[in-house]
Design a binder for this molecule. Structure first.
Ligand code: PLP
Length: 414
């Protein structure tokens, strides 16, 4: 799935879009904020802030258990939000589990799937470009079950070696877990093909969509993903909410994750019977307002048009890549043909953290460090990178200011 550059900004008035995001007016160290840390978390439009405020001023109550007006209203909004999220992914509502974020979604899937299906000697396949949250939960299940983690290697440009991937799939492989877009390299992985190759051998696949959902149209049916995860806060929604999509037939076979209220049918001291999915996996009071506000974020994305957003982001990526390549000694880490709007780079002997501090002083927010991909940093033989990540509300003028500020910073570090 590629980010297409057609139908560009004719359909997206960035200056008016920016007015939807109050935080973009912030001054940092007396300078206008230029927010280029969107892969870490996105900013929130007023429509999302309004949904949170309205929830607490007009609806606040617990869900699924009250016999009163507000509780029914909260439950209706909470379940309607699930419907909105399901429709956005082309899933059924009972296939949508509310979690705290991608990390919890993957932990839930790893724990429950691992308990049900992984045994001694089995293998789980991940890739060299995974975020720690798509490595560690699988390592934990491998340790518990005496299974083994297999890693798809990557090329120097940061693309998966697909022929090596195919060789890793065998009768012992119990699951493939791959990121859709790398948060460090920006690589958009061919997940449809990855899933099809796994399915050809009867192996299910989980996709980490943390960096994809804010930028690409995701159709879990077309992808044929068995599990798909994302975080609300990277997709213009609030923190503390995420989604695990799971195909109904898988969810029905999985044991619960946590025990408590909501996830039960009946409890006696002798035995408890469990609820059906998705409630089986949603023990305790959920993050109600964040679920509703995530649906508001999805409505915002749909009203703005993912294709328009992606076109703007692609233009920013191309423009910034060309400008950065002109800087002497600058090396872009991650040069895949098919890239999301993320640019990681290092410059000569300078430390990424020093560049980050000097950019911050000029009002520019970037991320520096290993970006929760330490094994990937080791492959490239670097301690970390500077990462600029763009959203559709960024402008070409901001890129110009960023590149100028970077040159100033590099001049100071000489
Ligand atoms: N996976 C990827 C590719 C990410 O970029 C991130 C966050 O940066 C995560 C997983 C974890 O997301 P969260 O911290 O929202 O759970």
């Amino acid at each position: 799935m590629a980010i297409k550059a057609e139908k560009t900004r004719k359909n997206l008035d960035v200056e008016s879009i920016r007015k939807d995001f109050p935080i973009l007016q912030t001054k940092v160290h007396g300078k206008r904020l230029i927010y280029l840390d969107n892969a870490a978390t996105s900013q929130k439009p007023a429509q999302v802030l309004k949904a949170i405020n309205e929830y607490y001023t007009e609806t606040n109550s617990n869900v699924h258990r009250g016999a009163h007006f507000l509780s029914n209203k909260a439950t209706t909004l909470f379940e309607e939000a699930r419907n909105t999220i399901a429709a956005h992914l082309n899933a059924a509502p009972e296939e949508i589990i509310y979690t705290r974020g991608t990390t919890e979604s993957i932990n839930l899937a790893a724990y429950c799937y691992g308990e049900a299906f992984v045994k001694s000697g089995d293998e789980i396949v991940i890739s060299a470009m995974e975020h720690h949250s798509n490595i560690v939960p699988w390592q934990m299940i491998c340790e518990r079950k005496n299974a083994r983690l297999k890693v798809i290697p990557i090329t120097a440009s940061g693309e998966l070696k697909m022929e090596e991937y195919e060789k890793l799939l065998n009768a012992k492989t119990k699951l493939v877990a791959i990121t859709h877009i790398s948060n460090t390299l920006g690589t958009i992985n061919p997940v449809e093909e990855i899933i099809a190759l796994a399915h050809a051998k009867g192996i299910p696949a989980l996709i980490d969509g943390a960096q994809a959902v804010p930028h690409l149209k995701i159709d879990v049916k077309k992808l044929d993903a068995d599990f798909y995860c994302f975080s609300g806060h990277k997709a213009y929604g609030p923190t503390g909410i995420g989604i695990l999509y799971g195909k109904k037939h898988w969810l029905e076979q999985l044991p619960p994750y946590q025990g408590g209220g909501e996830m039960i049918k009946e409890v006696t001291f002798e035995k408890t019977t469990y609820n059906d999915p998705p409630l089986r996996f949603e023990a305790g009071t959920p993050n109600i307002e964040a679920s509703i506000a995530l649906a508001a974020a999805i409505n915002y994305i749909n009203a703005t048009g993912l294709e328009n957003m992606a076109a703007q982001e692609h233009e920013l990526l191309q423009y910034a890549t060309a400008k950065l390549q002109d800087i002497e000694g600058l090396r872009i880490i991650g040069t895949a043909k098919n890239k999301g709007s993320v640019i990681s780079f290092v410059v000569g002997g300078t430390h990424p953290a020093d560049i980050g501090v000097l950019l911050d002083q000029q009002g520019i927010a970037v991320r520096t460090g290993h970006h929760c991909t330490q094994p990937l940093m080791r492959i490239f033989g670097i301690p970390g990178t500077v990462r600029a990540s763009f959203a559709f509300y960024n402008t070409l003028e901001e890129v110009d200011i960023f590149v100028k500020a970077l040159n100033t910073a590099l001049g100071m570090l000489k």
